[in-house]
Design a protein around this ligand. Structure first.
Ligand code: F6R
Length: 243
Protein backbone atom coordinates (compact mmCIF):
# COMPACT_ATOMS: atom_id res chain seq x y z
CA UNK A 1 0.00 0.00 0.00
CA UNK A 2 1.22 3.48 -0.79
CA UNK A 3 -0.18 6.27 1.33
CA UNK A 4 0.11 9.98 0.58
CA UNK A 5 -0.92 12.71 2.97
CA UNK A 6 -1.81 16.09 1.47
CA UNK A 7 -2.17 19.54 2.99
CA UNK A 8 -5.66 19.99 1.62
CA UNK A 9 -8.46 18.41 -0.33
CA UNK A 10 -7.86 20.42 -3.49
CA UNK A 11 -4.43 18.82 -3.88
CA UNK A 12 -5.96 15.35 -3.47
CA UNK A 13 -8.65 16.09 -6.01
CA UNK A 14 -6.07 17.26 -8.53
CA UNK A 15 -3.86 14.24 -7.85
CA UNK A 16 -6.76 11.80 -8.25
CA UNK A 17 -7.91 13.50 -11.47
CA UNK A 18 -4.36 13.36 -12.85
CA UNK A 19 -4.19 9.63 -12.09
CA UNK A 20 -7.40 9.10 -14.05
CA UNK A 21 -5.98 11.26 -16.84
CA UNK A 22 -2.77 9.24 -17.07
CA UNK A 23 -4.73 5.98 -16.97
CA UNK A 24 -6.80 7.15 -19.95
CA UNK A 25 -3.77 8.50 -21.79
CA UNK A 26 -2.08 5.11 -21.48
CA UNK A 27 -5.26 3.07 -21.98
CA UNK A 28 -8.01 5.08 -23.70
CA UNK A 29 -10.31 2.05 -23.34
CA UNK A 30 -9.68 1.71 -19.60
CA UNK A 31 -12.34 0.30 -17.30
CA UNK A 32 -12.92 2.70 -14.41
CA UNK A 33 -14.73 1.92 -11.17
CA UNK A 34 -16.54 5.01 -9.90
CA UNK A 35 -17.88 6.03 -6.51
CA UNK A 36 -20.45 8.59 -5.39
CA UNK A 37 -20.87 10.46 -2.09
CA UNK A 38 -19.17 13.70 -1.16
CA UNK A 39 -15.59 12.42 -1.49
CA UNK A 40 -15.33 12.23 -5.31
CA UNK A 41 -17.28 15.44 -6.10
CA UNK A 42 -14.12 17.57 -6.28
CA UNK A 43 -12.31 14.88 -8.28
CA UNK A 44 -15.09 14.92 -10.86
CA UNK A 45 -14.89 18.74 -10.98
CA UNK A 46 -11.18 18.48 -11.75
CA UNK A 47 -11.91 15.94 -14.48
CA UNK A 48 -14.49 18.28 -15.99
CA UNK A 49 -11.80 21.01 -16.06
CA UNK A 50 -9.34 18.65 -17.77
CA UNK A 51 -12.05 17.83 -20.30
CA UNK A 52 -12.71 21.53 -20.98
CA UNK A 53 -9.01 21.98 -21.61
CA UNK A 54 -9.17 19.17 -24.18
CA UNK A 55 -6.79 17.01 -22.14
CA UNK A 56 -8.97 14.01 -21.35
CA UNK A 57 -11.42 11.86 -23.27
CA UNK A 58 -13.71 9.07 -22.10
CA UNK A 59 -14.88 8.14 -25.61
CA UNK A 60 -13.44 4.65 -25.42
CA UNK A 61 -13.63 4.20 -21.64
CA UNK A 62 -16.13 2.13 -19.71
CA UNK A 63 -17.27 2.93 -16.18
CA UNK A 64 -18.88 0.82 -13.48
CA UNK A 65 -20.42 2.52 -10.49
CA UNK A 66 -20.20 0.81 -7.14
CA UNK A 67 -23.75 1.12 -6.00
CA UNK A 68 -27.27 2.53 -6.17
CA UNK A 69 -30.15 2.92 -3.75
CA UNK A 70 -33.06 0.54 -4.06
CA UNK A 71 -36.45 2.06 -4.78
CA UNK A 72 -35.42 5.60 -5.70
CA UNK A 73 -36.48 6.45 -9.25
CA UNK A 74 -33.47 7.04 -11.50
CA UNK A 75 -34.55 10.66 -11.84
CA UNK A 76 -34.73 11.22 -8.05
CA UNK A 77 -32.32 14.04 -7.08
CA UNK A 78 -30.49 11.71 -4.68
CA UNK A 79 -30.22 8.64 -6.90
CA UNK A 80 -26.68 7.80 -7.91
CA UNK A 81 -27.82 7.89 -11.54
CA UNK A 82 -28.67 11.57 -11.02
CA UNK A 83 -25.47 12.16 -9.04
CA UNK A 84 -23.28 10.80 -11.83
CA UNK A 85 -25.04 12.91 -14.47
CA UNK A 86 -24.85 16.05 -12.34
CA UNK A 87 -21.28 15.72 -11.15
CA UNK A 88 -19.55 14.05 -14.08
CA UNK A 89 -21.35 12.57 -17.05
CA UNK A 90 -22.91 15.83 -18.30
CA UNK A 91 -19.43 17.34 -18.59
CA UNK A 92 -17.55 14.60 -20.43
CA UNK A 93 -17.75 12.57 -23.64
CA UNK A 94 -18.39 9.15 -22.07
CA UNK A 95 -20.98 7.38 -24.30
CA UNK A 96 -24.06 6.59 -22.18
CA UNK A 97 -23.94 2.93 -23.20
CA UNK A 98 -20.47 2.60 -21.69
CA UNK A 99 -21.53 3.91 -18.26
CA UNK A 100 -22.91 1.20 -16.00
CA UNK A 101 -24.72 1.78 -12.72
CA UNK A 102 -26.66 -0.98 -10.97
CA UNK A 103 -30.43 -0.62 -11.45
CA UNK A 104 -32.05 -0.22 -8.04
CA UNK A 105 -35.49 -0.40 -9.63
CA UNK A 106 -35.08 -3.64 -11.55
CA UNK A 107 -38.21 -5.80 -11.22
CA UNK A 108 -36.04 -8.77 -10.27
CA UNK A 109 -33.17 -7.52 -8.14
CA UNK A 110 -31.43 -10.91 -7.88
CA UNK A 111 -31.28 -11.03 -11.67
CA UNK A 112 -29.96 -7.48 -11.71
CA UNK A 113 -27.12 -8.51 -9.38
CA UNK A 114 -26.20 -11.37 -11.74
CA UNK A 115 -26.48 -9.09 -14.77
CA UNK A 116 -24.14 -6.53 -13.19
CA UNK A 117 -21.57 -9.19 -12.31
CA UNK A 118 -21.74 -10.58 -15.84
CA UNK A 119 -21.06 -7.10 -17.24
CA UNK A 120 -18.07 -6.66 -14.95
CA UNK A 121 -16.79 -10.14 -15.79
CA UNK A 122 -17.17 -9.46 -19.49
CA UNK A 123 -15.01 -6.36 -19.02
CA UNK A 124 -12.63 -8.76 -17.29
CA UNK A 125 -11.21 -6.42 -14.67
CA UNK A 126 -11.57 -2.85 -13.48
CA UNK A 127 -8.31 -1.01 -14.23
CA UNK A 128 -8.70 1.75 -11.66
CA UNK A 129 -11.25 1.67 -8.87
CA UNK A 130 -11.98 4.94 -7.04
CA UNK A 131 -13.20 4.44 -3.47
CA UNK A 132 -14.42 6.61 -0.63
CA UNK A 133 -14.52 5.31 2.92
CA UNK A 134 -17.74 4.99 4.91
CA UNK A 135 -17.84 6.29 8.49
CA UNK A 136 -18.40 2.70 9.60
CA UNK A 137 -15.65 1.32 7.34
CA UNK A 138 -17.91 0.33 4.48
CA UNK A 139 -16.64 0.19 0.91
CA UNK A 140 -19.28 0.68 -1.76
CA UNK A 141 -22.25 -0.38 0.34
CA UNK A 142 -20.48 -3.46 1.69
CA UNK A 143 -21.51 -2.87 5.28
CA UNK A 144 -19.69 -4.27 8.34
CA UNK A 145 -20.98 -7.77 9.05
CA UNK A 146 -19.82 -11.16 10.25
CA UNK A 147 -19.46 -12.16 6.61
CA UNK A 148 -19.09 -10.29 3.34
CA UNK A 149 -20.40 -11.09 -0.12
CA UNK A 150 -18.20 -11.65 -3.15
CA UNK A 151 -20.59 -10.58 -5.92
CA UNK A 152 -23.07 -7.77 -6.50
CA UNK A 153 -25.82 -8.05 -3.91
CA UNK A 154 -28.66 -6.35 -2.09
CA UNK A 155 -27.77 -4.91 1.27
CA UNK A 156 -29.73 -3.44 4.14
CA UNK A 157 -28.10 -0.12 5.01
CA UNK A 158 -26.92 0.30 8.57
CA UNK A 159 -28.39 3.06 10.71
CA UNK A 160 -25.00 4.84 10.74
CA UNK A 161 -24.89 4.85 6.93
CA UNK A 162 -28.48 6.11 6.66
CA UNK A 163 -27.73 8.83 9.23
CA UNK A 164 -24.54 9.83 7.38
CA UNK A 165 -26.42 10.04 4.09
CA UNK A 166 -29.46 11.78 5.60
CA UNK A 167 -27.66 15.08 4.98
CA UNK A 168 -28.61 14.74 1.31
CA UNK A 169 -32.32 14.02 1.97
CA UNK A 170 -35.12 16.18 3.39
CA UNK A 171 -35.47 13.73 6.32
CA UNK A 172 -34.02 10.45 7.61
CA UNK A 173 -37.28 8.67 6.74
CA UNK A 174 -36.63 9.37 3.08
CA UNK A 175 -33.19 7.72 3.03
CA UNK A 176 -33.66 4.32 1.40
CA UNK A 177 -33.23 1.30 3.67
CA UNK A 178 -31.62 -0.91 1.03
CA UNK A 179 -29.08 -0.61 -1.75
CA UNK A 180 -27.52 -2.71 -4.47
CA UNK A 181 -23.75 -2.82 -4.33
CA UNK A 182 -20.83 -4.33 -6.14
CA UNK A 183 -19.34 -6.99 -3.85
CA UNK A 184 -15.86 -7.06 -2.37
CA UNK A 185 -14.81 -9.57 -5.06
CA UNK A 186 -14.95 -7.21 -8.04
CA UNK A 187 -13.46 -4.39 -5.95
CA UNK A 188 -10.50 -6.47 -4.80
CA UNK A 189 -10.04 -7.84 -8.31
CA UNK A 190 -9.41 -4.31 -9.67
CA UNK A 191 -5.93 -3.84 -11.10
CA UNK A 192 -5.42 -0.72 -9.00
CA UNK A 193 -7.41 0.97 -6.26
CA UNK A 194 -7.41 4.62 -5.26
CA UNK A 195 -8.91 5.14 -1.80
CA UNK A 196 -9.61 8.78 -0.97
CA UNK A 197 -10.25 9.87 2.62
CA UNK A 198 -10.90 13.36 3.95
CA UNK A 199 -11.63 14.80 7.34
CA UNK A 200 -10.98 14.30 11.03
CA UNK A 201 -14.18 12.31 11.45
CA UNK A 202 -12.69 9.51 9.33
CA UNK A 203 -9.23 9.51 10.99
CA UNK A 204 -9.98 6.67 13.37
CA UNK A 205 -11.78 4.41 10.92
CA UNK A 206 -9.05 5.00 8.32
CA UNK A 207 -6.32 4.13 10.82
CA UNK A 208 -8.09 0.97 12.00
CA UNK A 209 -8.89 -0.11 8.44
CA UNK A 210 -5.38 0.37 7.11
CA UNK A 211 -3.30 -0.76 10.07
CA UNK A 212 -5.51 -3.03 12.18
CA UNK A 213 -6.61 -6.63 11.75
CA UNK A 214 -8.35 -7.58 8.52
CA UNK A 215 -11.94 -8.29 9.45
CA UNK A 216 -15.32 -8.37 7.77
CA UNK A 217 -16.64 -6.10 10.54
CA UNK A 218 -14.44 -3.45 8.90
CA UNK A 219 -14.79 -4.07 5.14
CA UNK A 220 -12.18 -1.44 4.21
CA UNK A 221 -9.57 -3.48 6.13
CA UNK A 222 -9.72 -6.05 3.31
CA UNK A 223 -8.07 -3.44 1.09
CA UNK A 224 -4.82 -4.11 2.97
CA UNK A 225 -4.39 -7.32 0.98
CA UNK A 226 -4.69 -5.55 -2.38
CA UNK A 227 -1.35 -5.52 -4.24
CA UNK A 228 -1.87 -2.09 -5.79
CA UNK A 229 -3.66 0.14 -3.30
CA UNK A 230 -2.94 3.87 -3.15
CA UNK A 231 -4.48 5.94 -0.38
CA UNK A 232 -4.81 9.71 -0.69
CA UNK A 233 -5.66 11.43 2.59
CA UNK A 234 -5.73 14.94 3.92
CA UNK A 235 -3.83 15.78 7.12
CA UNK A 236 -6.97 15.51 9.24
CA UNK A 237 -7.85 12.01 8.05
CA UNK A 238 -4.22 10.90 8.37
CA UNK A 239 -3.55 12.36 11.81
CA UNK A 240 -3.23 8.98 13.59
CA UNK A 241 -0.51 7.73 11.25
CA UNK A 242 3.00 8.55 12.51
CA UNK A 243 4.31 10.12 9.32
C1 F6R B 1 -20.66 5.63 -2.70
C2 F6R B 1 -19.95 4.66 -1.90
C3 F6R B 1 -19.72 4.85 -0.42
C4 F6R B 1 -19.02 6.17 -0.09
C5 F6R B 1 -18.86 6.30 1.41
C6 F6R B 1 -18.24 7.63 1.79
O1 F6R B 1 -20.72 5.19 -4.03
O2 F6R B 1 -19.56 3.71 -2.45
O3 F6R B 1 -18.93 3.78 0.04
O4 F6R B 1 -17.78 6.22 -0.73
O5 F6R B 1 -20.10 6.18 2.05
O6 F6R B 1 -19.15 8.64 1.51
P1 F6R B 1 -18.74 10.18 1.56
O7 F6R B 1 -17.76 10.39 0.49
O8 F6R B 1 -20.03 10.90 1.30
O9 F6R B 1 -18.19 10.42 2.93
Amino acid sequence: MIRHIFENREQIQQEAALRILSMLQEHPAAILGLATGSTPVGIYQEIAKLYDQGLISFKKATTFNLDEYIGLPESHPQSYHTYMKEHLFQYIDLPAEQAYIPDGNAPDLSKECLRYDELINKAHQIDLQILGLGHNGHIGFNEPDDSLVNGTHIVELQEQTRLANARFFPSLDEVPTHAITMGMGAILKAKSILLVVYGAEKAEVAFRALTGPIQTELPASLLQIHPNLTVLMDKEAGRLFND
